[in-house]
Design a protein around this ligand. Structure first.
Ligand code: PLP
Length: 428
């Protein structure tokens, strides 16, 4: 192998290597179970004594090929696919933080993840402190408790497209003996690899750019292998003490750098079963092959559109991190120098009814819940995804009640600009 292959090469080649006479494209192992010659071999699998597949609720070869492609792109040691991005964030946190535990999360994150942490984790006995990502070092420091197990943020937040200061939060987490988990959905590992800045675990909603065609929901959890669980053994007994459901194996002792993903697979996937179907994993593998090409186009089109929007009298503000006017332009230059994503936030001059009319007048951009695929789409967080939050809660999460989320697809950017131009006029 050459030293370090570029991301564009890994997109196409990582994970699956066809051997002599094997299919060129990664096969789909569309099978619930796997056959063994002897009872003893099966026993070893159930004891985690040998590697292998036995039931697709826990693991499937197609999924693992695709997960290892994403792990290669992120520079991690191991990964797993989940049925959705929600399941990925749930597994990533719950694998190390249980009832009685506490975690710190950035407040301005994806609405679904916010609900998971704020409502469902609370019911499960997990205490979550939300802080603004621009909180001072002192405020961040004050959020830690003796039972804190992890810190969570999004590289680029959905829907605000704010840039997360990964290195600062990683340092704070490590000073307290806990890992930093980063949801890297929007930039993808093409534009940012959070492990290079000290993050320990990365999650993805693969439903977005990784799939890219809007055909299937999925998620991924990738481990850097860098966090030393044994050095903080008292905080992470699930990884560092014997698991009675596998005859007393201790994950860190037996699996070393693979401990975290092995535990998530053998406990959480076994018990919750949020696995991605092999068919969906195959689609995801296809999407990954063109990821490098697609996200660069999404990003360059979005930058052109953001610069144009900024000049329009009907537009109050645009937040796109590459714009010099963006509050996080400095962080973008540090963490995402080659690009961010195709999503931006902007606000119109006008009341809610103008905003509604503008959206209804768009012909090419569609109104939909999704973001980050080949179709240009728009959504009003306050009226749609975040409608359970009142205006104060929206602002606390860094969302202006009248802001729009605009996701630039793969259409020609000049046609998208023309569509926005006619809608701004027709809505008057
Ligand atoms: C969409 C999204 C999720 C949730 O993923 P699903 O695949 O919809 O479950 C999590 N995080 C971010 C940043 C997202 O954009």
């Amino acid at each position: 192998m050459a030293n370090k292959l570029h991301q564009g090469t890994l997109c196409v080649q990582a994970g699956y290597k066809a051997k002599n006479g094997q299919p060129r494209q990664m096969p789909i192992y569309q099978s619930t179970t796997f056959k063994y010659d002897t009872s003893e071999e099966m026993t070893k699998l159930f004891d985690l004594e040998s590697d292998g597949y036995f039931y697709t609720r826990l693991q499937n070869p197609t999924n693992d090929l695709v997960a290892s492609r994403i792990a290669a792109l992120e520079g991690g040691v191991a990964g797993m696919l989940t049925s959705s991005g929600q399941a990925a964030n749930f597994f990533a946190c719950f694998n190390i933080c249980e009832a009685g535990g506490h975690m710190i999360s950035v407040a301005g994150i994806y609405g679904g993840t916010f609900n998971l942490f704020n409502a469902t984790f609370k019911k499960m006995g997990i205490d979550v402190t939300f802080i603004d990502q621009s909180a001072s070092d002192e405020e961040l420091e004050a959020a830690f408790k003796p039972n804190t197990k992890l810190v969570f943020g999004e590289t680029l937040s959905n829907p605000g497209v704010r840039v997360f200061d990964i290195e600062r939060f990683a340092k704070a987490a490590h000073a307290h003996g806990v890992p930093l988990i980063v949801d890297n959905t929007f930039p993808t590992p093409i534009f940012c690899r959070p492990f290079e800045w000290g993050a320990d675990i990365v999650t993805h909603s693969t439903t977005k750019y990784m799939d890219g065609q809007g055909v299937q929901v999925g998620g991924a959890v990738i481990d850097s292998g860098n966090f030393d669980w044994d050095a903080h053994a008292d905080k992470f007994p699930g990884l560092t003490t014997p698991d009675p459901t596998y005859h007393g194996i201790t994950y860190t002792k037996k699996f070393g750098k693979l401990a975290y993903i092995t535990k998530a697979t053998s406990q959480l996937m076994r018990d919750f079963g949020c696995i991605q179907s092999p068919q969906n994993a195959f689609y995801l593998g296809l999407g990954l092959q063109t990821l490098d090409v697609r996200v660069r186009r999404h990003n360059s089109s979005a930058l052109k559109i953001a610069r144009w929007l900024e000049q329009q009298p009907e537009v109050k503000w645009v937040n796109f991190p590459e714009l010099e006017s963006s509050a996080e332009h400095g962080l973008q230059q540090k963490y995402l120098p080659e690009g961010t994503c195709g999503v931006m936030a902007f606000c119109l001059n006008g009341d809610k009814s103008y905003v509604g009319r503008f959206m209804n007048q768009l012909k090419l951009a569609t109104i939909e819940t999704h973001v980050a695929d080949c179709y240009t789409c728009i959504l009003h967080p306050a009226m749609h995804t975040h409608r359970q939050l009142n205006d104060d809660e929206l602002r606390a999460g860094g969302i202006d009640p009248s802001q729009l989320r605009f996701s630039v697809g793969l259409e020609d950017p000049d046609d998208i600009i023309e569509d926005i131009r006619q809608a701004l006029q027709a809505a008057k």
